[in-house]
Write a protein of this length. Sequence first.
Length: 155
Amino acid sequence: MTDTKNFLINFSNYLMVFVFLCGSLLLSSCNSQAREFALPEGNLEKGKAIYESLACNECHSIPDIAWKGGIDNLNIHLGGEVTALKTYGDLVTSVINPSHKVASYYKQKTSTEGSLSKMKNYNEVMTVQELVDLVTFLQSEYKVVSPPTKYHPYY
């Protein structure tokens, strides 16, 4: 009986060490930094010209660029002060797959009945270099500001 008890205690100790080592191995193999694709550096001025030439300002507004008020008089603001950075990947996705994420505020105005974005598909219209330049320009229009600290009253 004692041998069985000792065996079970040793086995449970070995099992805990094994589980700990496996968990440590799994965690150490993970990289804490987010991985995303990286395109070459774009040209800010060319990106601004592409924004205007593709008539993005018919539906989107950016400070210092006249808004044309095209389709359904949409005015979706881009740029300005935000509390979180619009990553390169976020902006590329918004251009090449605008139906991926439609803000709930704009959903009724900007979506079709099938919840697809009304934004034109530019995948076959623009080159990769134009996309790179456009995203570089768009990212430069955002300014990250710290969110206000909310203090809860203590009573």
